[in-house]
Design a protein around this ligand. Structure first.
Ligand code: FES
Length: 105
């Protein structure tokens, strides 16, 4: 399995209040910022398949807009009900002003 990094956004496209949704290799991914850090996490809630980029960042977690489940931005772990299953996270690199992520083939 090989990871291929692709450019998905500029740092200026993402903020604490702006989650950028991208689709790479058929995967829906949310690019998030928390503090100084950027994260790439599945954009699909594991509870009822709602797009998470319409939710919000709370600390180091992303909160689903539908029923309020939260997922750890680093690990994808479900942090509170109603979600119990984790979601995928992806390697992310900041290269200058650009954000690159890797999605396994
Ligand atoms: S769809 Fe996300 S918590 Fe229910």
């Amino acid at each position: 399995m090989t990871d291929n990094f692709v450019k998905v956004a500029l740092k200026s496209d993402v903020s604490k209040d702006t989650i950028k949704a991208v689709e790479i290799a058929g995967k829906h991914i949310a690019i998030c910022q928390s503090g100084e850090n950027y994260y790439a996490i599945s954009d699909i809630c594991s509870h009822a398949k709602v797009a998470l980029h319409n939710g919000q960042i709370v600390g180091e977690e992303i909160e689903c807009p539908k029923h309020g489940a939260r997922f750890d931005l680093k690990t994808g772990k479900a942090m509170c009900l109603p979600a119990v299953q984790p979601i995928a996270t992806y390697p992310l690199e900041v290269r200058g002003d650009e954000i690159w992520i890797a999605v396994a083939e």
